[in-house]
Ligand binder design. Structure first.
Ligand code: NAD
Ligand code: GLY
Length: 363
């Protein structure tokens, strides 16, 4: 079992990574600190697999658990379902000293964190992430939120959990495609921060793909360490934290143009990372060899590196200009200078962006 700390002063918290530990979550929560009434928020898919393990453990620890089940899907990460969660918490009598548990992927984690952040002006919550993406990314760092018809994740808060409890065994039931999509975010950490980790992913491909628990734990721990370090230095994305958006500027445009239905987020990020690496090459930052190494690693993990149908470069550019990462219409890019190191820049010309987007069809 591995443990690490997200250092944020009085809002610091532990991330614990291990296996076969879902049924011990109740023991981790100090009963003297919290009211007995708690809520367990999840969706039907995850509830069927892990709901009773977590609920039993919380009950054994003396908690009175209200189950709050929201439908499975990104389309339910909205204000109406956040309101539903809040209503269930109110009618169950949760108070200001209650703690709430988010059991599931990034959708459940984001909406539960959001509900916790506004319930009675903010109560504690615990993340129990069950997808690879949520274990290495969304459960750590306190970005909470819901979608709006005018944009994804447009409404939300920065609100840190009090504990992140990661049981890698939950990944055994995750659809393989979801696992691979999570690998895009894992590879991202290698490119933006840790060259050695990039090569660790290359060397251990077979073991990771066959989900050997020790290697998986090591891999997830390293991702959480990097995310914790970045978030500790820049919680509210005033600067450094934006490096976590590597691959996302172009990735989001691909998601927008394909209606958020054709590709999983991680798949779009995979394509975005390769194109942004190509952009870095065009800008004279990254070598051709390193772009190729990234392409090989992504493909080695079964990730797409180009969309199957033609996407208009002009439409892509437009989508990027209205993305929430753009400031005053100016796009910000995170570009690798070498594997393991990136820079943030707003100085890329539309001409160069279009040149790279035109390549999209030829990969
Ligand atoms: P998800 O939560 O939709 O989960 C993917 C699917 O896997 C769902 O159908 C879910 O029911 C199922 N599932 C979850 N755990 C399972 C398990 N162990 N076994 C079997 N099935 C399981 O998707 P996700 O990829 O985890 O998260 C995507 C969301 O995360 C998006 O809303 C995105 O905006 C958000 N996100 C947030 C942050 C952040 O910093 N807060 C970062 C990245 C992404
Ligand atoms: N997923 C990007 C961030 O947490 O900042």
């Amino acid at each position: 079992m591995g443990e690490l700390m997200v250092n944020l002063g009085e809002r610091s918290y532990m991330i614990v990574i291990g296996h076969n530990m879902l049924d011990t979550i109740g023991e981790q929560i100090n009963p003297d600190r919290y009211s007995p009434k708690t809520a367990l928020v999840t969706n039907p898919t995850v509830y069927r697999l892990y709901g009773s393990k977590v609920k039993d453990s919380l009950q054994k620890a003396g908690f009175e658990v209200t189950e709050v089940i929201i439908p499975d899907g990104e389309e339910y990460k909205d204000f109406a379902w956040a309101y539903y969660i809040l209503s269930r918490m109110l009618s169950a009598g949760l108070d200001r000293k209650s703690v709430v548990f988010a059991l599931g992927g990034g959708v459940v984690g984001d909406i539960t964190g959001f509900a916790a952040s506004v319930y009675m002006r903010g109560i504690d919550y615990v993340q129990i992430p069950t997808t690879l993406l949520s274990q290495v990314d969304s459960s750590v760092g306190g970005k909470t939120g819901v979608n709006h018809p005018l944009g994804k994740n447009m409404i939300g808060t920065f609100y840190q959990p009090v504990l992140v409890w990661i049981d890698v065994d939950t990944l055994k039931t995750l659809p393989h495609r979801e696992f691979l999509a999570g690998m895009a975010e894992v590879i991202k950490y290698g490119v933006i921060w840790d060259r050695e980790f990039f090569y660790f992913l290359k060397r251990n491909r077979e073991k990771i793909l066959s989900q050997e628990p020790d290697v998986l734990e090591q891999m997830i721990k390293r991702c959480c360490e990097i995310k914790a370090e970045v978030v500790s230095r820049d919680e509210r994305e005033a600067g450094l934290r934006a490096i976590l958006n590597y691959g996302h500027t172009i990735g989001h445009a691909i998601e927008t143009l394909t209606g958020y239905t054709r590709y999983l987020h991680g798949e779009a990020v995979s394509m975005g990372m390769l194109l942004e690496a190509e952009l870095a090459r065009l800008e004279g930052l990254l070598s051709k060899e390193e772009v190729e190494e990234l392409r090989e690693l992504l493909q080695g993990y079964g990730m797409p590196v180009a969309p199957e149908n033609r996407l208009s470069s002009e439409e892509m550019l437009k989508a990027m200009q209205i993305d929430k990462k753009a400031v005053a219409g100016k796009m910000r890019f995170v570009l690798p200078e070498k594997i393991g190191n990136v820079r943030i820049t707003s100085e890329i010309t539309n001409n160069n962006i279009l040149k790279v987007l035109d390549k999209l069809q030829s990969f």
